[in-house]
Design a protein around this ligand. Structure first.
Ligand code: URA
Length: 443
């Protein structure tokens, strides 16, 4: 078999056999196929698509390209929450301790910062000494001991996905439904999670820009998971505006801790955390009523049990738990600049895309996997959509390490806000939930 012939085949829109997909993945991970060849093939897939069969073959080939974690008898119960990524999306940090406090064994393989989303691994590394680089055995032991782990994708876990995902990021081929679906489910094959709860985002701050694309991806995730014997629920949610108020790394962790302390029970971050959490409890048959599941999750937050679980996780992974009480223990940036509203009115919208550009200008996001990110910088949205701001009041705050980057970020943030006299109507963050448990799979 020859890699160039397979690129040509995909360029012509023809479907690959399982053998061909296995060849593509194994020759790329071994280095026999070059980055340029893999880039050409992924671009051909982007333009010509893949059948469900091809997507299933690719998922298996990526997922089994390295080690597969075995949780033994606990295997069927292991749950993982994933997000396709969004600006200010820190729900993994709010939700994993919450689900673990609810008694679910959660094994989360998290990503580093890619594109316009700050990755959970980088965010957690803002906590001094916290180690996400765990061996398979450490992951299994930690879940057995405290019900929760958030680890980075070790080099031996789905290495082909790691390589291909980073390549797709560099060549801007992230938003292809079959490539995203196979990349996500491959990681769950490797991490040994049988139950997957996934937040599929659409909008200017998401890799799927339109609702139609997100719908297609959610449907494909359900079908692919079902074929591979995984149980999956996908929640389609809007990413037109950053989630919560903090965008960056350390400041997102602080906002997540504030949520776990019960200090921000209103707003989109809490709303989405509870909604996805309830979907997870329903998925695992712990509840059959959404309102009851949400009320249980709120109890876990307000009784301090979810925060205790987060503290246990930090300690288990070698981090400094003092950050929970003392935010000065996070690395702090050189400048804090409070930027005022130029006119009074209601915030109509805040473009996630523009805020992502501001964060990029500050150095919070990376372009290539090898480049470092600045964990201390970010943007705090003092006002969110639907809120009223008076001229001269603080609209947003920039945390920066250079005056030049702060100036560029301020320009992007100024353009991100639209303000006018009328109160905007409230749009629901959640569009639809689809699941392998649905009788009708035609989503
Ligand atoms: N998340 C992933 O893990 N892979 C993708 O391709 C996109 C989002």
């Amino acid at each position: 078999m020859n890699f160039s012939d397979l690129i040509e085949k995909k360029k012509q829109g023809k479907a690959h056999s399982e053998e061909e997909i296995n060849f593509i993945v194994s020759s790329y991970v071994s280095g026999e196929a070059s980055d340029a060849q893999a880039a050409a093939w992924t671009a051909a897939v982007y333009f010509k698509g893949m059948t469900l069969d091809e997507t299933v073959y690719l998922t298996e080939a990526l997922g089994k390209s390295g080690k597969v974690i075995n949780f033994g008898v606990l295997g069927d119960k292991i749950i993982d929450k994933h997000s396709t990524g969004g600006v200010g999306d820190k729900v993994t940090i709010t939700l994993i301790p919450l689900l673990a406090a609810a008694g679910l064994p959660v094994a989360k393989l998290a990503d580093r910062t890619l594109g316009a989303s700050a990755g959970t691994v980088d965010k957690l590394e803002a906590i001094p000494y916290l180690n996400t680089n765990l061996s398979s055995q450490m992951i299994v032991n930690q879940v057995k001991n405290i019900n929760a782990v958030i680890a980075s994708q070790a080099d031996d876990l789905a290495p082909a996905d790691k390589k291909m995902y980073a390549l797709r990021n560099e060549i801007a081929i992230l938003n292809s439904a079959p490539l995203v679906a196979s990349s996500i489910i491959a990681k769950k094959i490797a991490s040994g999670a049988s139950n997957i709860i996934i937040d599929v985002k659409y909008g200017s701050g998401a890799c799927m820009r339109t609702l139609d694309d997100a719908n297609e991806l959610a449907g494909l995730l359900v079908k692919t998971a079902k074929r591979l014997g995984k149980s999956l629920t996908a929640i389609i949610t809007s990413m037109e505006e950053p989630l919560g108020r903090a965008v960056g790394h350390a400041i997102e962790v602080i906002e997540a801790i504030e949520f776990l302390k019960g200090n921000c029970d209103n707003g989109d971050l809490a709303g989405l955390t509870y909604a996805i959490g309830a979907a997870a409890l329903l998925h695992m048959d712990l509840y059959n009523n959404d309102a009851e599941a949400v009320s249980y999750l709120k109890h876990l937050v307000h009784s301090g049990k979810a925060l205790d679980k987060f503290r246990e996780l930090i300690i288990a992974q070698g981090g400094a738990p003092e950050v929970i009480e003392n935010y000065d223990r996070f690395v702090l940036p050189a400048y804090k600049i409070e930027c005022e509203a130029k006119k009074s009115g209601y915030i109509q919208e805040i473009s996630a895309d523009s805020i992502a550009n501001a964060a990029k200008a500050l150095g919070a996001f990376r372009d290539g996997m090898s480049k470092p990110v600045d964990l201390s910088v970010g943007i705090y949205l003092n006002k969110k959509s639907g809120e009223y701001v008076r001229k001269g009041e603080v609209l947003f705050t920039i945390y920066a390490n250079s005056e030049e980057s702060a100036k560029i970020a301020q320009m992007y943030c100024d353009n991100a806000f639209s303000v006018s006299e009328s109160k905007p109507s409230h749009n629901s963050l959640i569009y639809k939930i689809v699941s392998t448990k649905d009788e009708d799979e035609n989503v």
